[in-house]
Design a protein around this ligand. Structure first.
Ligand code: HEC
Ligand code: HEC
Ligand code: HEC
Ligand code: HEC
Length: 186
């Protein structure tokens, strides 16, 4: 009898443990949907400290009075090539034959390809991306930029923040030169 109770307890505890441990995105098995991650803690290996990125504020509510930012402004590979190529720097989409653009609405559609995180491609220098042969790079004039996580995120995030601060110096947007407005220790 006692043995059986212990076995049941161990089973229940392991369910709890593995249940809570699962990483985002959570897969909802019934609807085959991925949940939208509201807060994303980034830079786990950054010496300056981690960044707490409020994904929902940026993409759903709209940050600091701005309109919500279009999904593909950041997730640039989540659209058909004909759309992506409107920006001359963009030549890659994923998967290559996709026909649906990621939006807050199409995200819920079962036919929309699963969103693939930036860090599968824009990885730390010296590491190899999971879905590309090498870390992406772009050339502008004679300048070549290797888009590691460092360069890709700073480029995508900082431009807007600095513009917002220029228009409204009282904004909470983190200034690109003030590193610890994003990177926080502990
Ligand atoms: C198109 C504009 C825009 C882009 C792109 C953008 N942000 Fe922001 N961000 C803002 C604004 C505006 C605020 C100020 C929000 C407020 O006042 O509540 C902000 C605030 C923040 C803050 C301060 C805390 C908070 O949530 O208010 C952090 C951290 C941040 N952004 C990180 C990022 C990261 C990381 C990226 C890139 C993945 C990014 N942002 C891209 C406009 C932008
Ligand atoms: C301001 C930039 C920005 C915008 C706008 C944005 N996202 Fe994201 N999103 C991110 C970043 C950064 C991550 C984390 C990527 C990583 O971990 O590599 C992410 C992660 C995700 C993930 C998890 C992917 C994974 O498995 O790692 C999903 C799903 C997602 N976003 C959906 C959306 C949808 C839907 C929209 C539009 C409604 C949207 N995002 C708008 C920056 C953005
Ligand atoms: C499937 C791989 C892949 C994913 C996922 C991906 N990128 Fe990229 N990214 C690239 C490639 C490849 C380039 C070089 C241009 C091209 O080929 O389209 C690039 C270029 C860029 C650029 C430089 C061009 C520009 O618009 O200024 C930025 C910034 C960038 N990516 C940020 C991001 C962010 C932020 C995410 C996630 C929200 C992301 N990327 C997701 C592959 C990817
Ligand atoms: C808008 C927020 C923001 C600001 C401001 C910012 N960073 Fe970052 N930084 C990020 C994000 C997001 C990443 C990508 C983290 C990841 O890959 O998960 C990053 C990555 C990095 C990395 C690479 C970390 C690694 O993986 O090894 C370095 C180094 C870095 N930042 C230094 C700086 C310095 C120096 C400054 C100030 C000049 C600065 N950052 C300002 C958001 C920011």
């Amino acid at each position: 009898m006692k043995v059986r109770i212990i076995i049941i307890c161990v089973f229940m505890l392991s369910c709890l443990f593995f249940g809570f441990r699962s990483n985002f995105p959570k897969i909802n098995a019934q609807k085959n949907e991925i949940e939208f991650p509201e807060i994303i803690v980034m830079g786990q290996q950054a010496m300056l400290g981690r960044i707490t990125f409020n994904h929902a504020k940026h993409a759903i509510q709209g940050p600091g009075g701005l309109s919500p930012i279009a999904c593909v402004y950041c997730h640039h590979v989540e659209q058909p090539l004909s759309e992506a190529a409107k920006n001359p720097l963009h030549k890659t989409v994923f998967p290559a034959d996709r026909i649906i653009t990621l939006t807050a609405e199409t995200f819920k559609d079962i036919n929309t390809p699963k969103v693939i995180g930036c860090r599968n491609c824009h990885i730390r220098k010296d590491a190899t991306p999971t879905v590309l042969k090498e870390i992406p790079q772009i050339s502008e004039g004679d300048k070549i930029t290797v888009l590691t996580n460092h360069n890709a995120f700073h480029r995508r995030c900082a431009g807007c923040h600095d513009q917002v601060l220029k228009d409204n110096p009282a904004s909470n947007a983190p200034k690109s030169t003030q590193c610890t407005s994003c990177h926080k220790k502990s």
